[in-house]
Design a protein around this ligand. Structure first.
Ligand code: MN
Ligand code: MN
Length: 358
């Protein structure tokens, strides 16, 4: 054996040794999160054989159709994580209110927010799905956390990560000192460090956006996409590629591995929603990972991790990835808000489609 393989447990122990005041509590908590991800990975891998494909014929608190695997994954996350005694409470995409740790288990100092299965629409077509999680500190003396206890800005996260269940299962993690990717060795069931210090390149020619929403976008987003589509002959002076996997985990994973930009901007499709993705268990954990990898995450108008949440299931616009591209989009928003980009903010432009010449 040339270089010694490092397991995720060994990685966590080494992190712990660097901080003599660490109690090991946190390492233990992550052991349970990782176990939940392994259990979900196993079921996702069995696919139709596990009898968990298809709709659960139910809608969640946010009015979305639940797939059977959404429900199963949520149960796995709750049952696996509640046991260890490290958590004061949990918040899940699939639950309306905070989850309280059952009386038979000890309580701990941390809060866990998670999306048990991201990219549900990908399950039945055998495309990548994932789980996203974020760890916050519980306010002191809290053993039945209220909604307000979870409403902390992303900058307060102690740890964030996701598991991606694709051709291989990987766990990607940050403890606030870089981003590390671990690949599940299915032979002996352990995550091995395979991607130390993931970093996002500062240049890219790839962007991802759901173009079918084009007519609902704000002018700064239209401006950006028009310029990308113009390619080499346009103001950007280079050709771009477009990507869209319809799973946040898969989009962020691609960007952490080879760079790029992902947008799910605010749109006018449903005026009651500020965006599509949820702040606490989608946007914030991804923001911590992407920033730790040298990228940037913004709403277009402010840094994601600076938002003080007002609701558990709050939705936000998300612009994420390559630093220089996110900064460009922030500038376009600013210029639009100040009335400085006449071409793109004119009603004539807003009504014109990028794809249909009229
Ligand atoms: Mn999701
Ligand atoms: Mn989900």
């Amino acid at each position: 054996m040339s270089a010694r393989e490092k397991t995720i447990t060994e990685f966590m122990i080494e992190e712990q040794r660097r901080y003599p005041e660490a109690t090991g509590d946190f390492t233990a908590l992550l052991n349970y999160v990782r176990l939940a991800c392994k259990r979900i990975s196993f079921i996702v891998g069995r696919g139709a054989l596990a009898g968990v494909h298809g709709s659960a014929e139910n809608t969640n608190v946010q009015g979305e159709t639940q797939m059977k695997l959404d429900v199963v994954s949520n149960e796995i996350f709750l049952r696996t994580s509640e046991y260890g005694g490290h958590l004061a409470g949990m918040v899940s995409e699939e639950l309306e209110k905070p989850y309280h740790i059952p009386a038979e288990y000890p309580r701990g100092r941390y809060l866990l927010a998670f999306d048990p299965l991201d990219g549900s629409s990908n399950i039945d077509i055998n495309a990548p799905v994932g789980s996203i999680f974020s760890v916050l500190r519980a306010p002191q003396g809290t053993d039945r956390p209220a909604i307000a206890d979870f409403l902390q800005p992303g900058s307060q996260q102690l740890c964030a990560g996701y598991a991606i269940y694709g051709a291989t299962t990987m766990l990607v993690l940050t403890l606030g000192r870089g981003v590390f990717g671990f690949t599940l060795d299915r032979g002996f069931g352990e995550f091995i460090l395979t991607h130390p210090n993931l970093t996002i390149p500062t240049e890219t020619h790839e962007f991802a956006i759901n173009v079918s929403n084009e007519r609902f976008w704000e002018p700064p987003i239209k401006r950006y996409v028009v310029e990308c589509l113009a390619g080499q002959g346009g103001v950007r002076g280079k050709d771009f590629n477009m990507r869209w996997i319809a799973s946040l985990v898969a989009e962020v994973h691609r960007i952490l591995i080879r760079g790029g930009l992902f947008m799910y901007p605010k749109d006018s499709k449903d005026a009651s929603k500020a965006g599509r993705l949820r702040l606490l268990y989608e946007a914030n954990p991804m923001a911590m990972l992407v920033e730790q990898a040298g990228g940037k995450v913004s709403t277009g108008r402010m840094r994601m991790q600076d938002i003080v949440p007002s609701e558990l299931h709050q939705r936000v616009p998300v612009i994420l990835g390559c630093k220089t591209e996110v900064e460009r989009l922030e500038r376009y928003h600013q210029e639009h808000d100040q009335g400085l980009d006449r071409t793109y903010s004119s009603p004539l432009f807003s009504e014109r489609s990028l794809f249909i010449q009229n």
